[in-house]
Design a protein around this ligand. Structure first.
Ligand code: CUA
Length: 370
């Protein structure tokens, strides 16, 4: 006996509507879809997008054709209860040749630009590139500018880059608890215990390039490049890495070549020490509570340990704690200092048991670090 299931059709319709409503193509307001990989903002993302533009329509065509034929077969040749059993056939050389040759042809057409793209993206951009070491920690990203040009600048949560120049990202994942002892002269020696305790992350700025997994104990290379100065592109960790994975975000900030040089020179300067009042108090508290984990170039107590983010120019950034809080908002900084794992569950920074006066002084100090 055949059961009628009228809800199957409705279920299908609702399902399709849900899937389609999840699609966001383009957008008139800038920043409306800040992570739209279909809106590339640099040559590498454009190359990857071009591949998508080729493959996607072919895939849609194949899907519609195959599903359409299935529907025709199901409806037209359905069992009406009165037919004799269908004639049994085995093999049809012509059909088999056709449905082997067409997919082979499609795959060959897709393979040419795909393989070309893979090799092009794997090419080392060479001397021309800006080299940045990218470190995935739980749950934030650190950026270290390498070579003489980099001047030893280390930042967190914001990757500043010049436009129209390839950026060579040398990426690794490190333990959130063990100090980073990276030595540019001997990079392999420094990638030891601290990396084995790390977890896998994935670096993703949808508008600039595809994803790259970052794996403990290895160095992963990736290239990004942007065209337009003065932009902020949002990125995020795209591989589940623990409790605060969804809050492991960052931003890529683009500059003209000159502006980038100025920014880098400013970042290479130590923080000012000539402080008064509350900020001076905060500086002292920083020496008592924070130097065990945070580097801060210019602080009177040698603040050089790289466990948490380097805070030398904290106030020059717009976001902190994995790119989820606003540096300009003293309330958000205070809430973070009061209890980091309450502000961001999973955060590795301990609750330092600071009282409200100490928190105010530290907020004042941090906000003075232009
Ligand atoms: Cu790091 Cu997910």
């Amino acid at each position: 006996m055949r059961a009628r299931r009228p809800w199957t059709g409705w279920g299908l319709l609702v399902g399709v509507a849900l899937v389609v409503s999840g699609c966001a193509i383009g957008g008139d307001t800038p920043g409306e879809f800040p992570q739209n990989a279909l809106d590339p903002a640099g040559p590498i993302a454009r190359q990857q997008d071009a591949l998508w533009n080729l493959v996607f329509p072919i895939a849609v065509g194949v899907f519609v054709l195959v599903q359409g034929l299935i529907l025709v077969a199901v409806i037209r040749f359905r069992d009406r209860g009165e037919d004799a059993p269908p004639q049994q056939v085995a093999g049809n050389t012509r059909l088999e040749l056709i449905w082997t040759a067409i997919p082979a042809l499609i795959l060959a057409v897709i393979a040419v630009p795909t393989l070309g793209g893979i090799f092009a993206l794997a090419e080392d951009p060479g001397e021309e590139a800006l080299a940045v070491r990218v470190i995935g920690k739980q749950f934030w990203w650190e950026f270290e500018y390498l070579g003489d040009e980099g001047q030893g600048v280390v930042t967190a949560n914001e990757l500043h880059i010049p436009v129209d120049r390839p950026i060579r990202l040398q990426m690794e994942a490190l333990s959130p608890q063990v100090p980073d002892t990276f030595d540019e002269e001997d990079p392999d020696a420094s990638r030891s215990d601290q990396s084995m305790e790390g977890v896998i992350h994935s670096f993703w700025v949808p508008r600039l390039a595809g994803k790259q997994d970052v794996i403990p104990g290895y160095e992963r290379l990736m290239r990004i490049e942007a065209d337009e100065p003065g932009q902020r592109y949002s990125g995020q960790c795209a591989e589940f890495c623990g409790l605060a994975h969804a809050e492991m975000r960052f931003e890529v900030v683009t500059h003209t070549a000159d502006d980038f040089e100025t920014w880098l020179d400013e970042q290479a300067e130590p923080a000012g020490t000539d402080l008064e009042g509350l900020a001076a108090e905060g500086q002292e508290l920083f020496g008592a509570h924070c130097v065990a984990c945070h580097a801060l170039d210019g602080h009177p107590e040698d603040a050089e340990i790289r466990i948490g983010p380097n805070l030398t120019h904290f106030a020059s950034r717009q976001v902190f704690a994995g790119g989820i809080f606003d540096n300009d908002d003293p309330e958000q900084i205070a809430a973070w200092l009061r209890d980091p794992s309450d502000a961001k569950p999973g955060a590795q920074m301990p609750d330092l048991g600071l009282d409200d006066d100490q928190i105010s002084a530290l907020v004042e100090y941090l906000q003075s670090l232009e």
